[in-house]
Design a protein around this ligand. Structure first.
Ligand code: FAD
Length: 492
C-alpha cells in the first residue's frame, strides 16, 4: 500500500509524493454503524497509542483507535521501496532501552536487527568539512575527536555528568541539575570554547545539533546532559544507543505487530484518515469530534497527540495554562532526514560532517540497496533549514556537499516533518526552561483524559522507548480505574 506521507525523487521520474509502506491500514476503518460507546478511545497510532491500545485490548477493554494518517507508526515508519526499508523517522533502538527491548523480546524480533555501520570494505574513513577546509581521518580518530570534545562539553561536575544526573530516569533527582535547563548549548559552548580546537568545536557543535536539530541557542544543555546520562556517560554509548542498530524489515515491521496483536483480541475498533478536532470531557464520558464531524465516545480517552500539535485541538474543559504554555512554546527539533541512494559502493564505510556551511550536516553509510547502491542517510536541522521537496536541486547539492565527487545520486527519499501537520517537528528536544517548568504539567491527566507521548516520557524521552514507556503508563492507569477501582488516581 502507498501512504500519502513521504517523498521520493529519482532522475528518471522526478519528485513524487507518497511512498509505499506496510504500515498503511486498509480498509481504513472496521467500525460498523451502530457501535456502542467504547471503554477507551486512544487518539494517535504511533508507538504510544499502539502500546496503550494493545495493552488495553489485551486487558479485556473495548478500544477505539483514532488516527489522522492512513498508517500506523506516527513519527516512526519505514517505506519499502523495491523491498528495501528506508526509515522516514524513528529508526535505531538498543537493548539498553528497557521498554522497546521488552517489546522486541516479546515479539521474538531480537534476531531481526542489523547494524547500520559496516566499516569492513570501501573508503573506511570519516570526512570532516568545515569553513576551514576538509580533513579525512580514520573512524578511530573520528571517535577520539568527538569523545574528547563531548567530554569537555558535559564535564560540569568533574565526573562527566554522573554526579549531576546520577539517575537518567529521574533526571532532576539532584536539584542542582535544574540550573542546566536554564542554559543553552551555546551558553555551555561559550564556557568551554577556549579549550576546544577548531575541529573539536565543529564536530561538537554538529553532534549537539544532530541531537536537537534546533539551534545552539534553542537547545537545552540539561536535555543534552540527560541524553548523555541515558547513553551511559560516554560517546561510544551515544553511538551504540542512538545510531547503530535497526530493524532489517524497517520500523513498520515492528509497529504492525502491536496493531495485529490488539486486533487479534477482537476488541479493537479503528478509524484511520480521521483527524481529531475536539475532545470534550462530560464527566460520565469523553466525546471526540473529527474534522468531518463524526463523534465517538468512551469512558476514558488516551491522547497521544504530540506536544507541537496539542494546541491545534480544542479541549473542553480547556487545558490548564501550564500545559498550554508548554504546547505553545513547543519543542525545537526540526530535523531534516534525507536518504540518498548513490552508485559509489565504497561509500558504505564512509561517515561525514559538513558544518556549518551546508544544509545537511551529518551523514553515514547506512546500507546497500537491492540495486547494489550505497544507502547514505543525511541529517540537517533548524540551524540551516531546508524543506527538501521545495527545491530538490538544493537538496541534492546539500547531499553532494557532504562528500564532493562521491555522491552520484540515484534516488532521494524523505518525509518533511516540519510541514507535517500531525507532528510539526521531529523527535522532542527541549528548549531551555521547558522541562524544568512544564514536564510535570505535561504528564498530568485532565479529568478523564490521560496524556501519553514520548515527548514527555521520563526515561528515553524523544525515543521510541519513551513512547512505549508512556503508552504502558497510560494503559495501566486506565485499566486500574475501569477494571477495579472507579475513582481516578490523583497523580500519575
Ligand atoms: P507519534 O509517533 O507522533 O504519534 C502520535 C500520533 O498522533 C501520530 O500517528 C499522529 O498522526 C497522531 N495525531 C496527531 N494529531 C492528530 C489528530 N489531530 N487526530 C488524530 N491523530 C493525530 N526514536 C528512536 O528511538 N530512535 C531513532 O532513531 C529516532 N529517530 C528519529 C528520526 C526522526 C526523523 C523522527 C521524526 C523521530 C525519531 N525518533 C527516534 C523519535 C521517535 O520516532 C518518536 O519519539 C516516537 O515515534 C514518538 O511516538 P509517539 O507515539 O509518542 O508520538
Amino acid at each position: 500500500m502507498t501512504s500519502r506521507d513521504g517523498f521520493q525523487w529519482t532522475p528518471e521520474e522526478g519528485l513524487a509524493q507518497g511512498i509505499p509502506s506496510i504500515g498503511v491500514i486498509s480498509p481504513p476503518t472496521n467500525i460498523l454503524s451502530g457501535s456502542k460507546p467504547w471503554d477507551v478511545i486512544v487518539v494517535g497510532g504511533g508507538y504510544s497509542g499502539l502500546t496503550a491500545a494493545r495493552d488495553l485490548c489485551v486487558a479485556g477493554l473495548r478500544v477505539l483507535l483514532v488516527e489522522a494518517r492512513d498508517r500506523i507508526g506516527g513519527r516512526s515508519w519505514s517505506s519499502n521501496i523495491g523491498g528495501y526499508p528506508f526509515e522516514m523517522g524513528g529508526t535505531w533502538v538498543h537493548w539498553g532501552q528497557p521498554h522497546v527491548w521488552r517489546e522486541i523480546s516479546r515479539y521474538q524480533m531480537r534476531t531481526d536487527m542489523e547494524p547500520s555501520f559496516d566499516f569492513s570494505r570501501g573508503v573506511n574513513h570519516f570526512q570532516l568539512r568545515t569553513n576551514d577546509g576538509t580533513s579525512i581521518m580514520s573512524h578511530e580518530d573520528e571517535d577520539t575527536l568527538l569523545a574528547t570534545a563531548l567530554q569537555k562539553f558535559v564535564n560540569v561536575d568533574g565526573s562527566l555528568g554522573r554526579k549531576i544526573i546520577p539517575f537518567a530516569h529521574d533526571s532532576f533527582h539532584v536539584p542542582e541539575a535544574r540550573q542546566y535547563d536554564s542554559m543553552s548549548a551555546k551558553d555551555r559552548l561559550d564556557v568551554i570554547a577556549p579549550s576546544l580546537t577548531p575541529n573539536e568545536r565543529a564536530a561538537l557543535e554538529s553532534f549537539v545539533l544532530l541531537c536537537s536539530c534546533g539551534t545552539l541557542e534553542t537547545t537545552s544543555f540539561f536535555e543534552f546532559l540527560h541524553w548523555w546520562a541515558l547513553c551511559g556517560y560516554t560517546y561510544q554509548g551515544c553511538m551504540d544507543s542512538l545510531i547503530s542498530y535497526k530493524f532489517k524489515g524497517g520500523q513498520s515491521s515492528f509497529a504492525i505487530r502491536f496493531f495485529e496483536e490488539a486486533l487479534s483480541t477482537g476488541r479493537l475498533s479503528y478509524a484511520f484518515n480521521s483527524p481529531v478536532e475536539a475532545i470534550k470531557d462530560e464527566g460520565s464520558k469523553v466525546t471526540l469530534t473529527t474534522r468531518d464531524g463524526r463523534q465517538y465516545s468512551g469512558a476514558r480517552l488516551v491522547s497521544t497527540i504530540p506536544l507541537n500539535v496539542l494546541n491545534s485541538i480544542s479541549f473542553y474543559p480547556p487545558l490548564d495554562t501550564q500545559r498550554m504554555a508548554a504546547a505553545n512554546q513547543g519543542h525545537v527539533n526540526q530535523c531534516v532526514k534525507v536518504h540518498a541512494e548513490i552508485s559509489n559502493k565504497d561509500m558504505r564505510s564512509w561517515t561525514g560532517i559538513s558544518y556549518p556551511f551546508n544544509k545537511l550536516m551529518y551523514a553515514i553509510g547506512d546500507g546497500t540497496t537491492p540495486a547494489g547502491n550505497t544507502h547514505i542517510v543525511c541529517f540537517g536541522g533548524f540551524n540551516n533549514h531546508i524543506h527538501p521537496e521545495e527545491d530538490v536541486r538544493e537538496t541534492r547539492k546539500a547531499v553532494e556537499n557532504m562528500a564532493p565527487g562521491n555522491m552520484d545520486i540515484k534516488r532521494l527519499v524523505f518525509h518533511n516533518w516540519s510541514k507535517d501537520e500531525y507532528a510539526k517537528g521531529a523527535w522532542f528536544f527541549s528548549p531551555p526552561g521547558l522541562l524544568s517548568t512544564s514536564l510535570d504539567a505535561l504528564r498530568r491527566r485532565h479529568g478523564n483524559v490521560v496524556f501519553a507521548n514520548s515527548d514527555w516520557a521520563v526515561g528515553w524521552r524523544s525515543f521510541i522507548d519513551g513512547a512505549i514507556e508512556e503508552g504502558t503508563r497510560a494503559a495501566m492507569t486506565v485499566k486500574e480505574e475501569l477494571q477495579s477501582n472507579p475513582s481516578p488516581r490523583l497523580r500519575l
